[in-house]
Design a protein around this ligand. Structure first.
Ligand code: NAD
Length: 360
């Protein structure tokens, strides 16, 4: 079976980490009977340098023709790069916003997983981190407060700003279905997070999530207010499996959840539409400060590729094997510079990729 994957190496460390994820996917293909067929496109600064725009229409067409997209990261040093002297719509990030919109990616998935081997990096007390945690945050990405009507006016000499938070039931239903589908591949628990004690949009959210839950009798559903969820994440993160929430709450909670893992180079992410199509990328940026030195941590990108196997291709066994290979390499004591601690073996980006590939 051929997997048609469009790759966006991007800028900074992007090309280095994507090369390692490709290596791991190729190895997984040999073992699990598929052939990844990669087509690279330019986006971000690399595309600005080549074509004068952060994403060409041709590149969008190539991405749409694939089964999934694997991305490194885009952007440069925002203080010094000439890309940031361009108008906002010509800057590297405009390419990312455009591709998300063109591909209709409304569901954002960000796992926050604490590896036992890296527990020392977790900023929580040992008695909390000891239990470990493995949380999947499912955030609605194209509705809510960030996409509602907004204006700033002056009324009777007083400046006033208005933002609106709108969701219709269809937008809620499609993200809830994704959340429950993903819970079925995990520990079968969904915590739906809202502010239903105050907001109408949250009361509709809660009602629709309950309707969707009826189709998933095996999944346990609980509701939690967003302020409580923010506290519970640092008090008892082990209680969560899938956290399902709207755009702004998800923005804030997913950053909090990544923070408690303590290691940015390890965090994968996926953005999905209503088919199996998805865009998979590490949660971190393009790290221009360490680009080209073979010291970047490729694990977040490798784990994003594992998410691609699981969610776009239903190749759960291959995804499990990639995730297990990452764990094995950590257990054997290999570390890139960002997660290096005393008594371990420091390796570069390429070697880390090869070590993982060998263990798939
Ligand atoms: P960053 O995530 O690139 O870097 C923050 C710090 O973490 C840096 O010290 C960096 O060296 C380190 N780091 C990040 N990833 C690492 C890895 N895999 N291995 C080892 N160390 C790693 O964030 P930033 O410096 O704020 O942003 C740099 C550029 O990335 C900016 O242009 C920003 O706009 C862009 N960015 C892009 C995306 C994306 O493409 N989705 C996301 C975030 C930031």
């Amino acid at each position: 079976m051929d997997l048609r994957i469009t790759c966006i190496p991007g800028d900074g460390i992007g090309p280095e980490i994507v090369a390692e994820a490709k290596k791991v996917l190729e190895k997984a293909g040999e073992k699990y009977g598929f052939t990844p067929v990669f087509t690279d496109i330019l986006m971000g600064g690399a595309s600005i340098d080549a074509y004068g725009v952060p994403l060409t229409e041709e590149a969008v067409r190539t991405a749409k023709a694939a089964d999934a997209v694997l991305m490194g990261s885009i952007g440069g040093n925002t203080a010094t790069s000439p890309w940031y002297r361009l108008p906002p719509e010509k800057r590297p990030e405009a390419g990312l916003l455009k591709i998300r919109k063109e591909l209709n990616l409304f569901a954002n998935l960000r796992p926050a997983l604490l590896y036992r081997e890296l527990a020392g990096a977790c900023p929580l007390k040992e008695e909390i981190s000891r239990a470990g945690f493995d949380i999947m945050i499912m955030r609605e990405l194209t509705g809510g407060l960030y996409f509602g009507e907004r204006r700033t006016v002056v009324e009777n000499g007083v400046r006033k700003a208005v933002d609106t938070l709108t969701y219709d039931e269809n937008e809620i239903r499609r993200i809830a279905v994704k959340g429950f589908d993903i819970a079925m591949k995990r520990k079968k628990k969904v915590t739906s997070v809202d502010k239903a004690n105050v907001l109408d949009s949250s009361r509709l959210w809660r009602a629709v999530v309950e309707e969707v839950a009826e189709d998933y009798p095996e999944v346990t559903l609980e509701h939690m207010l967003v302020d409580n969820c923010a506290m519970q994440l640092v008090k008892d993160p082990a209680q969560f499996d899938v956290i399902l929430t709207e755009n702004m709450f998800g923005d804030i909670l997913s950053d909090e959840a990544s923070m408690i893992t303590g290691s940015i180079g390890m965090l994968a992410s996926a953005s999905l539409n209503d088919t199996k199509f998805g865009l998979y990328e590490p949660s971190h940026g393009s790290a221009p400060d360490i680009a080209g030195q073979d010291i970047a941590n490729p694990i977040a990108t490798v784990l994003s590729a594992a998410m691609m196997l699981r969610f776009s291709f239903d190749l759960d066994k291959a995804a499990d094997a990639v995730e297990a290979a990452v764990k094995k390499v950590l257990q054997e004591g290999y570390r890139t510079a960002d997660i290096m601690t005393e008594g371990h073996k420091q390796v570069g980006c390429r070697e880390m990729g090869s070590l993982i590939a060998e263990r798939v």
